[in-house]
Design a protein around this ligand. Structure first.
Ligand SMILES: Cc1cc2nc3c(=O)[nH]c(=O)nc-3n(C[C@H](O)[C@H](O)[C@H](O)COP(=O)(O)OP(=O)(O)OC[C@H]3O[C@@H](n4cnc5c(N)ncnc54)[C@H](O)[C@@H]3O)c2cc1C
Length: 443
C-alpha cells in the first residue's frame, strides 16, 4: 500500500489516504536512505524525483564513523562494504615537488599532519573505524535497491513537486510529470523535502535559508591515474591560498596500478572565467600540473567533472505543519571534511525515529519539533563551525609553517590514543542524534 494518488486538478479522492504514509521529494542519497529506513519500519513511502534517473554528478565519496554506524544500524553495512572500501585516515601534505630525475616529474610533497582513524594494520575495520568510501551515485542506487526491496517504497522518476496542500490530518504533494505536464496529487500523513540545496519544498513552505555563499568555486573531477606513490592516508589535502585541494580515492588504490581518484580544486574568486571554461581539459590539466604527482607529461583520463558554488546555510526550521526537511534541503556546508551528506544521513536516521514515534506509537507532532531543534543544533554547534574551519585551515595556512602555526596540526604531531579519542568524540556523540532520548519528555 502506498500513499493515495489522484490525477487532475482536484485533491485526492475524498481526501482519504492510507494510514502511515510519507511522500519524499527528491531521490538523492538522503531521500533514498530515509525511504529505506521508513520502508523497513513498514511505513508506505512514495518518492518523487524530478529527473529521469539518479544523479551521476561527482559529489560525495567519503563517510565517517557516525553515518557508517547509522548505515550499519539500517542493515546495509555489508552491502556498502562489498561495493566500496574503507581507508584508514586522512592527511595534509605540501604540494608535489620535483622528483629529482631531471625530467620535470613530481613526487608527493612532505606530510604536514596526519589524522589516523584506524590502526594501519587493522584489516577488519568494523563500522565506526576509518572512512567508508563509495561514490555518491553508487551509494544512492544501493539505498534505492534496498528501499525497493522492503516492498513499502514506490519511486517515481520525472515527477516534480510544484505545490503542497496541507489538510487537517494529511498533506498532499502536487506533482507535475516533467515529460507530459500531467498533474498528479499524492496524499500522505507527512511530506519530507530531501530535494537538495535549491529545495522547492523549502521555498513552498517559505522557510528562510540564512547563511552565506563562499567566494570560491570548486572544480571537482574524477580522474584515472597510475599510482606511482603511496600517500599513506589515501584522502589528503593540499594547502594553498587559491587552489586549495582535496584528493580522495574513488576505487581502492593499489600502488603500481591504475585507479580512479577525485581531485577537487578551489578556483580563486578573482578568476572571471565562466564554469564552462573551467571545465575544459586544458584548464583542468593546468591545475593537475600543480597538484598531481607523477612523471611529466602527466598521463590521466578525466571522467565526470563539475563546478560547484559552496555555502554555509541552515533552514530556520526543519518542520512546518506536516512537512519536514532533511539533508541539503535543510542545511548546506562546504565539502572540506565531508560533512554534508554524512549530516543528511544522520538527519534521516533521526527523522525516521521521530516519524515512527508519531505514526506507530501515537506520540504527538511535537516530537517532529524535537527532530528539527536537535538537528539544527547539531548543524549550528558542530557541522557549521567544523566544516568552516576545515576549509579555512587548508586555505589560510602557509604550507611551510602550518605544522607549527595551526593548533590542530600541532595537536596531531605526536598524539596519544587519548588525544585522538577526545578529538574524535564529537564525531560520534554530537553529530548523531538519539531522537528517542531527546524526545523522552515531549508530550
Ligand atoms: C564536490 C563535492 C564533494 C562532496 N563530498 C562529500 C563527501 O565526501 N561526504 C559528504 O558527506 N558530503 C559530501 N558532499 C555533499 C553531498 O554531495 C551532499 O550533501 C548530498 O548530495 C546531499 O544529498 P541530498 O539527498 O540531501 O540532496 P541531493 O543530492 O541534492 O538530491 C536532491 C534530489 O532532489 C531532486 N529534486 C530537486 N527538486 C525537486 C522537485 N521539485 N521535485 C522532485 N525532485 C526534486 C534532485 O533532482 C535530486 O535528485 C560533497 C559535495 C560536493 C559538491
Amino acid at each position: 500500500m502506498t500513499a493515495t494518488e489522484s490525477h487532475g486538478a482536484t485533491t485526492a479522492a475524498n481526501g482519504a489516504h492510507p494510514p502511515k504514509s510519507v511522500v519524499i521529494v527528491g531521490a538523492g542519497p538522503v531521500g533514498m536512505f530515509l525511504a529505506l529506513k521508513l520502508g523497513k519500519a513498514s511505513i508506505d513511502v512514495t518518492v518523487v524525483e524530478k529527473d529521469a534517473n539518479f544523479s551521476d554528478a561527482p559529489r560525495a565519496c567519503g563517510y565517517y564513523a557516525a553515518s557508517a554506524l547509522a548505515m550499519h544500524a539500517a542493515g546495509v553495512w555489508d552491502q556498502i562494504r562489498n561495493e566500496g572500501f574503507v581507508i584508514k585516515g586522512l592527511c595534509w601534505r605540501k604540494k608535489p615537488v620535483d622528483n629529482g630525475e631531471g625530467k620535470g616529474g613530481k613526487k608527493l610533497g612532505s606530510m604536514i599532519a596526519a589524522q589516523p582513524l584506524a590502526e594501519l594494520d587493522d584489516d577488519v575495520m568494523p563500522p565506526g573505524t576509518g572512512i567508508l568510501c563509495l561514490q555518491q551515485p553508487l551509494l544512492t542506487r544501493l539505498f534505492a535497491r534496498e528501499a525497493l526491496a522492503t516492498k513499502h517504497v514506490k519511486l517515481l522518476f520525472g515527477r516534480e513537486l510544484t505545490a503542497i496542500e496541507e489538510g487537517e490530518s494529511s498533506t498532499t504533494a502536487v506533482t507535475r510529470d516533467t515529460a507530459t505536464g500531467e498533474v498528479r496529487r499524492i496524499t500522505a500523513d507527512f511530506l519530507v523535502g530531501t530535494d537538495g540545496g535549491r529545495s522547492t519544498t523549502r521555498k513552498l513552505l517559505r522557510i528562510p535559508f540564512p547563511g552565506h555563499t563562499w567566494p570560491e568555486r570548486l572544480l571537482a573531477t574524477n580522474v584515472t591515474v597510475h599510482n606511482t606513490e603511496d600517500p599513506l592516508y589515501h584522502c589528503y589535502y593540499l594547502l594553498d591560498p587559491s587552489n586549495f585541494t582535496v584528493i580522495t580515492p574513488l576505487t581502492d588504490p593499489v600502488l603500481g596500478q591504475e585507479s580512479l581518484w577525485r581531485y577537487t580544486m578551489a578556483i580563486d574568486p578573482s578568476d572571471p572565467r565562466p564554469d564552462e571554461e573551467l571545465l575544459r581539459d586544458e584548464n583542468i590539466g593546468k591545475l593537475y600540473e600543480q597538484v598531481m604527482p607523477g612523471a611529466r607529461p602527466l598521463q590521466y583520463t578525466i571522467g565526470a567533472r563539475s563546478v560547484y558554488r559552496i555555502h554555509q546555510r541552515l533552514a530556520s526550521t526543519f518542520r512546518r505543519g506536516r512537512s519536514l526537511l532533511a539533508g541539503d534541503a535543510a542545511h548546506l556546508c562546504n565539502p572540506f571534511g565531508a560533512l554534508g551528506l554524512n549530516t543528511g544521513i544522520l538527519d534521516a536516521e533521526a527523522l525516521t525515529d521521530a516519524l515512527i514515534m508519531v505514526l506507530h506509537e501515537g506520540r504527538s507532532l511535537a516530537v517532529l519539533d524535537t527532530y528539527s531543534d536537535e538537528r539544527r543544533k547539531v548543524f549550528q554547534f558542530f557541522v557549521d563551525p567544523t566544516s568552516t574551519q576545515n576549509k579555512l585551515r587548508v586555505q589560510n595556512n602557509h604550507q611551510d609553517d602550518a605544522a607549527t602555526n595551526d593548533w590542530y596540526f600541532r595537536l596531531l604531531q605526536n598524539p596519544t590514543a587519548d588525544v585522538l579519542r577526545a578529538q574524535a568524540q564529537p564525531y560520534f556523540d554530537v553529530w548523531r542524534t538519539d531522537l528517542r532520548k531527546a524526545a523522552e519528555n515531549v508530550v
